[in-house]
Design a protein around this ligand. Structure first.
Ligand SMILES: NC(=O)c1ccc[n+]([C@@H]2O[C@H](COP(=O)([O-])OP(=O)(O)OC[C@H]3O[C@@H](n4cnc5c(N)ncnc54)[C@H](O)[C@@H]3O)[C@@H](O)[C@H]2O)c1
Length: 338
C-alpha cells in the first residue's frame, strides 16, 4: 500500500491535486477485453470471498422509473477505493438523444482518504457489465453453442462482443431489438471481431427457443413487461438479465431451479423500492461465490438457472483503478487543483 502511494505521489500532489479523465481518455487508457475480464473476475472473486466493503446502493428518484445511485466500494486486494455516481433515465434516448446511463467515478487514496481521480464512468460501466455476464455464463454454461441477446444498444453490443470472445464453443449468437437499425449496427460493429455467426432474430419467442444462454439489456422499470413468456423457456437454459425484472416473465426466476444474483443486498434493496411487485424469488447464492468456488454453480444439465446481475461497484472501482494506473503512466488526463 505504501509503495502504491509513493507511485501515485510521484504523479500527483495527493491532497492538493486530482486527476480528471474524459470518456475518451478512459477508453484511450487502453485496457483490453482480456484486462477487463481479468479485473472483473478479481472483483467478483473478492466479493465471493467477502473480501470487500460495499454497502447497497443508496439513491434518489426525482421521477417515477428513474434513479440516481451512489455506489461506494473498497476492494483491499486491488487497492481500489471509490464511488460511482450514476443515473438511469430509461427515457433519455427517445427524449434527448442521450444515453440512458451517464455518471462519474471518484477514486480515493486509501492511506490519506484524499480524492485522487474523477473520471467518466460510461465506458467502465459498458465494459464491466458484460464481463460479469459472460464470466457467469462461462462458469454456469461453458459448453454453450448458442447465445441470445435482447437489446442491441450500448450494453447489447458489448455483451455480444464479450460473449463471442469468452464462450469458446459458441457457434451462433442470436440478437433481437425492437429497433432493426440497432441490430444492423451491432452486426456491423461486432461480427468482424467474433467467430460465432451473429443472426438477427425474428422475435422474443424464436430467440428464446433457439438459445442455451440468454441475456437482456433493454430498460429497467418497476413494471415487469414479461416480453419472454414462461412457456418458451425450458430446462437446461441459463438466463442472465442485466435489466433486473423488466424483461422476463417474473414466473421464470420464481420457478427456476436456481436464482443467482450478483448481490443479495442490492436485489433486496430494489425489491423494497418496488421493482419486484410479485416478490423477490428465493436466492440460491451470489455470482461471485460461484466464481470464487465457494458455492456450486450448475449441478445438472437440466437445471434452469437465472443469474441476475444488477451491477456492483466492486467491479467499477477495480476497473477504474486499473484505468487510472494506465492513464498516469501515459499522462492521459488533466491534473486539476483540488
Ligand atoms: N446490470 C448492470 O450492471 C447494468 C449496467 C449498465 C446498464 N444496465 C442496464 O442495461 C440496460 C441497457 O442499457 P444500455 O446502456 O445498453 O441502453 P441503450 O439505450 O443503449 O440500449 C437499450 C436497447 O434496448 C432496446 N430495447 C428496448 N426495448 C426493447 C424490447 N422490448 N425488446 C428488445 N429490445 C428493446 C432499445 O431499442 C435499445 O437498442 C438498461 O436497462 C440499463 O439500466 C445494467
Amino acid at each position: 500500500m505504501e509503495q502504491d502511494r509513493q507511485r501515485l505521489a510521484s504523479k500527483l500532489n495527493i491532497g492538493k491535486e486530482i486527476w480528471y479523465m474524459t470518456q475518451e481518455q478512459v477508453r484511450a487508457a487502453g485496457l483490453t477485453e482480456t484486462d477487463i475480464l481479468d479485473l472483473t473476475r478479481a472483483a467478483l472473486v473478492a466479493h465471493g470471498r467477502k473480501e470487500y466493503e460495499m454497502p447497497a446502493k443508496i439513491g434518489v428518484h426525482p421521477f417515477q422509473d428513474v434513479f440516481f445511485h451512489a455506489m461506494p466500494a473498497y476492494v483491499p486486494s486491488r487497492l481500489a477505493l471509490g464511488m460511482k455516481w450514476i443515473e438511469c433515465y430509461p427515457g433519455n434516448p427517445a427524449r434527448f438523444n442521450l444515453p440512458q446511463t451517464t455518471g462519474l467515478l471518484l477514486l480515493n487514496d486509501i492511506l490519506s482518504g484524499c480524492p485522487i481521480a474523477i473520471m467518466d464512468c460510461a465506458w467502465i460501466t459498458a465494459m464491466r457489465t458484460p464481463a460479469v455476464t459472460v464470466l457467469a455464463a462461462a462458469a454456469l454454461h461453458p459448453e454453450a453453442e448458442t447465445f441470445g441477446m435482447f437489446g442491441c444498444g450500448v450494453q447489447g453490443v458489448e455483451h455480444v462482443k464479450f460473449a463471442g470472445l469468452t464462450l469458446d464453443k459458441l457457434k451462433t449468437i442470436y440478437i433481437y431489438d425492437v429497433k432493426e437499425e440497432n441490430m444492423d449496427q451491432l452486426i456491423a460493429q461486432v461480427q468482424p471481431k467474433v467467430q460465432a455467426k451473429i443472426v438477427k432474430g425474428r422475435g422474443f419467442e424464436e430467440v428464446t427457443k433457439s438459445c442455451e444462454v440468454l441475456s437482456s439489456a433493454t430498460f429497467i422499470v418497476k413494471r415487469p413487461y414479461a416480453f419472454v413468456k414462461r412457456e418458451w423457456v425450458c430446462k437446461g437454459q441459463t438466463i442472465l438479465p442485466c435489466d433486473l425484472n423488466t424483461f422476463w416473465d417474473p414466473a421464470i426466476p420464481m420457478e427456476a431451479d436456481k436464482f443467482i444474483v450478483d448481490s443479495i443486498e442490492e436485489h433486496q434493496l430494489f425489491d423494497r423500492a418496488g421493482y419486484f411487485p410479485g416478490g423477490l424469488p428465493r436466492i440460491a447464492c451470489e455470482t461471485g461465490q460461484i466464481l470464487a468456488g465457494v458455492r456450486p454453480g450448475r449441478e445438472s444439465k437440466d437445471e434452469l438457472i437465472v443469474c441476475s446481475n444488477i451491477g456492483m461497484s466492486v467491479c467499477d472501482v477495480v476497473v477504474g483503478r486499473a484505468v487510472l494506473d494506465r492513464a498516469l503512466d501515459r499522462d492521459l488526463g488533466l491534473k486539476l487543483p483540488l
